[in-house]
Design a protein around this ligand. Sequence first.
Ligand SMILES: [Zn+2]
Length: 91
Amino acid sequence: MRSIDDDGELYDAGDSEELDEEFPLGDGTADGEATVSCPYCGEAVEITLDPGGGTHQEYVEDCEVCCQPWRVSVQYGIDGGAEVDVSVLGD
Ligand SMILES: [Zn+2]
């Protein structure tokens, strides 16, 4: 199933129509950043994502506001949109 908007966004990378059949990670169409709410201090923090790291990623990152460690879970959808979940490390 395809879900291409009328603006043809997925074709902007341009060299091949195959892009919409394959996962677009690393082609510039996947989200490269996300804003999350820190589970410790509640601040909205913008984090940088690494689309080349795979469709599902889990790693530890420190909050840049309160320096507490997060468990970051990133799940990319087929359209390159990232679902980012941040939780308290060690539960
Ligand atoms: Zn924090």
